[in-house]
Design a protein. Sequence first.
Length: 122
Amino acid sequence: MRSIILAGVVLIATSFIVPTSHANEQLLISVCSYVKDNDKSRLRKKLKEGRITLRNIYADLKCNSNNLLQTAYSSSADEVGEYIVKRVSSKALTQSKVWDWANANGHADSPITAALKSKLKL
C-alpha cells in the first residue's frame, strides 16, 4: 500500500516539475529575443514576470552561443546593451571578458562599450 501511495506522490511531483522547466526555457528564449530586438521595456517586463534578475542569469544564459552583451552588440541593440551593463555586476562582466571581445570584434565605438568602460573603470 505504501508503494502505491509513494508512486502516486512521485507521479504528482514530477508533473509539477516539467511545466516549470518548460516555462523557464520559454522565459529565457524570450529574454534572448528581446535583447536581439532591442526591446528594453519588454525585457524588463519579462524579467519581472519571471522573478529573475540579469545579475542572476547573465553568466549562464547563452543566445546562439553568445552571452547577452555579445548578442546585444551583434544586433546593434545599444539601449538594451547599456541596460545589461548597468544591471550586471562588474565582476561578472570582467569574468565574461566581453570588453576584450568587443574591442577584438570592432565594437570599440559602440555606446555599449562606453557604458562598459565606465562601469569597469577602464
